[in-house]
Design a protein around this ligand. Structure first.
Ligand code: ACM
Ligand code: ZN
Length: 538
């Protein structure tokens, strides 16, 4: 009997240890899943010395190599070296092959690890895949037990060029460190765009040196609506602005990680914070207050006043300098009521002078005029799908949020489009039907499974228009998100699911397969210190 118990315990312990291993099984460790993935017989035992072998000393390579070095630093003895070494594990980074700049190959065999790509961007993305073959402990700089990597051959490239996550720092303010952590979250999932929503009714968050009242007045509101009890406010000021120095620091941090930050400067609506600082730019002249509640407000920038355009030109002059690598400036354009314009003599005069049919065409005049200015600075504009109303600006890219119809209409007109429809991509919505037990959210319900099920391009789109669908994005509006841990909770794991929608040409046919992989990702989040919703945890 004793012997039987002893053997049973031994078998149980063995099973548990296998189970532990299985949780990190390589087949389940990759999100987003690579295009071609072939595991082979054999394993490479990672040595105490890791050598990052550079094939190139150009400055661009240092971004990739330093990231890799920092990833292992403190856990392994890691060095960047010019050639393969005998006494350790070599990770060779090589610029070679053909394909787009984000494609890469990752090969692991008895000789070591080799990453190759036609571009540094692909090497960086390939390293993110390699990272996911290491145990989650690395995320916490903990020393794992002996690591054995599978022999594998991976060929990978993304489905979409634009893989975005949005961050609203207006409704609630987040720190420089928070924004950097958000960038880290994007990197781990092969997103490449951070859409940074910097101005809105409830706060202006980007320092503009020529317009100091944006910092001293527009960046602070004196309180916030309590829950959803319209008319009841707390008296806790919400204040914050990113200085230009901080913005440069964040942009550089993103650039080192191959993330492009697209700044959004809202016009002509969502204007109250700026109008509180510069009331002469509103149709009535104010007074205005930095808004304490959420919604769509009638007071917008006056489209008849030349001072409005001078204001935005000053803003754009500084914004283009701060975001040198973004090809786009997002100009908002959503939710701009026309009631003030209907009553305003200056706006009505503009309609007459410019021979416009109505206030919708006045909005189009506004956006097109700003587009021309932004184009003259070497950048293109993106606008929410309302910019289609009254006529689309000649070179604009449309961000389709009220369904996908905006994107379809844009593509028909030969314009590019980005898809972020509310019913799949609004991660400020509840992620469980059990709303009572969730933190307060704006409305509705989007599960991770629903995000995973999304096919972004409607079947009806003809082949020749498909190139205009640049990609996908999720939006994380922060009305009810007061701190960064809550923001992570709203993002994960829906963002994890979206990363596959954005990256994978073919997804798992069965959500359960994805869910299995998600379990490994949760361990990674635990070690990285990322909060996440637990509904999908098994
Ligand atoms: C939006 O959600 N107002 C673009
Ligand atoms: Zn006006």
């Amino acid at each position: 009997m004793q012997k039987f118990i002893f053997i049973s315990l031994f078998v149980l312990a063995f099973m548990l240890s296998c189970k532990d291993k299985k949780n990190y099984s390589f087949e389940n460790s990759l999100i987003p899943k690579p295009l071609e993935l072939e595991f082979k017989n054999g394993e490479l035992e990672v040595q105490e010395n890791i050598y990052i072998v550079r094939n190139d000393v150009r400055i661009e390579s240092s971004r990739v190599l330093n990231f890799a070095k920092n990833y292992f630093a403190g856990v392994y003895n890691v060095k960047i070296v010019p050639e393969i070494q005998k006494d350790g594990t070599n990770i060779v980074f090589e610029i070679s092959g053909e394909g787009d700049n984000e494609s890469y190959n990752l090969d692991i065999d008895k000789d070591g690890i080799k990453l190759s790509s036609p571009d540094y961007n692909g090497l960086f993305l390939g390293f993110q895949t390699l990272r996911q073959l290491f145990p989650p402990e690395l995320e916490a700089k903990e020393k794992p037990e002996t690591v054995k990597l599978p022999y594998v051959s991976i060929k990978d490239s993304p489905r979409f060029k634009y893989r975005g996550m949005h961050m609203d720092v207006c409704r609630h303010f987040f720190s420089v460190e928070d924004v950097k952590t958000y960038i880290d979250m994007l990197v781990m999932h092969k997103f490449n765009i951070l859409h940074w929503h910097l101005t809105d009714d409830q706060g202006w968050r980007i320092e503009i040196k020529a317009l100091p009242k944006l910092s001293s007045i527009a960046s602070t509101r004196r309180g916030t609506v309590i829950k959803q009890n319209w008319g009841e406010y707390d008296e806790i000021p919400v204040s914050g602005i990113f200085t230009q120095e901080q913005i440069r620091e964040i942009v550089e941090y993103a650039e080192d990680r191959f993330i492009t930050i697209i700044p959004e400067i809202e016009m002509p609506g969502h204007a109250l914070a700026a109008l509180a600082a510069y009331p002469e730019l509103g149709c009535t002249g104010g007074p205005y207050e930095v808004c304490r509640t959420w919604g769509v407000f009638d007071d917008v920038f006056c489209a008849g006043n030349e001072e409005t355009f001078k204001f935005f030109e000053k803003v754009i002059d500084e914004v283009v300098e701060l975001f040198p690598n973004s090809p786009y400036i997002h100009v908002g354009g959503d939710e701009c009521p026309k009631v003030r314009w209907e009553e305003c003599p200056k706006c009505q005069q503009r309609i007459i002078d410019e021979n416009l049919a109505d206030e919708h065409e006045l909005q189009s005049y506004f956006v097109t005029r700003m587009e021309k200015y932004i184009n003259s600075k070497g950048k293109r504009i993106i606008g929410w799908d309302e910019i289609l109303e009254g006529g689309l600006a000649p070179h604009a890219t449309v961000m389709s949020w009220r369904g996908t119809e905006g994107a379809v209409a844009a593509a028909k007109l030969g314009h590019d489009a980005i898809l972020c429809p509310t019913n799949y991509c609004y991660f400020d919505y509840y992620q469980s039907e059990d709303k009572e037990n969730e933190p307060l959210a704006i409305c509705c319900y989007i599960s991770t499974e629903k995000v995973y099920s999304w096919e972004p391009i409607p079947d009806s789109i003809p082949e020749y228009q498909r190139k205009h669908f640049l990609g996908v994005q999720a939006n994380l509006w922060a009305e009810y998100i007061k701190d960064f841990s809550h923001l992570q909770y709203m993002a994960f794991p829906r963002m994890t699911a979206l990363s596959e929608v954005a990256w994978c040409t073919e997804r798992d046919p069965d959500y359960a397969q994805f869910k299995k992989r998600l379990q490994v990702m949760f361990k990674r989040y635990d070690k990285a210190g990322y909060n996440y919703a637990k509904h999908e945890q098994e």
